[in-house]
Design a protein around this ligand. Sequence first.
Ligand code: B12
Length: 255
Amino acid sequence: MAEITDIQNEIIVDEIEEFIERADERERTINTFAKVAPEMQEIAAALIDGDNDGVDEMTKAALESGTEALEIMDDGLIAGMGIVGIKFRENFIFVPEVLACARAMKAGMAYIEPILSASGIDPVGTVIMGTVKGDLHDIGKNLCIMMLRGAGFVVHDLGVDTSDDEFIEAVEEHGAPILGMSALLTTTMPNMGKTIEAFIDEDLREDVKIMVGGAPVTQEFADDMGADGYGKDALECVALAKKFLEEEDEDWDEE
Ligand code: B12
């Protein structure tokens, strides 16, 4: 088990000591940052501070010095957002501060997106992605989209606050075999189930594989509402989409 003294960045150490009270979260956060390169800790610290210029410059510099885009995303940006999430939940910070952190995350992602999205391989399949009705969180969905594009998928992004009708229209318009829905609020999670019901009502459920994700979503919840798959992160999102395509190919072979 790592110790807090294994973390070089003083800002990160102070953040953990001051704001992370739950023992399990403290241990997990220390373990995460102890493994992270000092430059990534600096990016995380700037994100936590809502310093989008800092994140912008450091992300650019890290890429120029040869750091992998995925490492910056996981060890810098997502790790930093983990601390922001805990501070928000415990009311140490509020919406304006979180918005500043989200802006800083986007400043870093602006460099990472073209790299992760540039697969250079032939399109493998089409995916529709959106955040469900009533929900404005899009950072996780956007990371999934980036990774899907990087894996060769054509992704149509419906953005946030997406209604059943918008999901249905997009699937029909693009003939997409895969739909991904994201929700970050316990109050909007049921809208995933409502959208699945809407596909059933329109007699379209058999035409599309539906995957769901977002921090509060679980495998159990996904099963209960009749989704075809649940992914805990962007890598699992890509793995699911690939699995769906393989299943579709097998179905074709059987026919
Ligand atoms: C950033 C943030 C905001 C920003 C959003 C900015 C943006 N453009 O997205 C702002 C400030 C706008 C915001 C607003 C609100 N928020 Co907010 N927010 C967060 C925060 C801190 C981080 C979310 C995030 O981006 N995480 C980082 C990404 C990378 O993770 P992720 O989204 O989980 O995505 C990953 C996986 O889940 C998965 N995934 C995601 N989608 C999908 C889809 C598929 C198909 C698959 C397979 C996988 C997958 O892959 C992603 C990448 O690995 C969370 C805290 C948290 N711990 O989640 C609270 C949190 C989600 N918010 C919360 C709340 C309460 C709100 C507000 C109601 C606050 C208010 N009083 O106004 C509003 C609601 C606005 C609305 N109607 O949506 C609560 C929700 C509590 C609950 N039980 O529902 C949380 C959990 C904070 C808390 N603990 O209190 N928020």
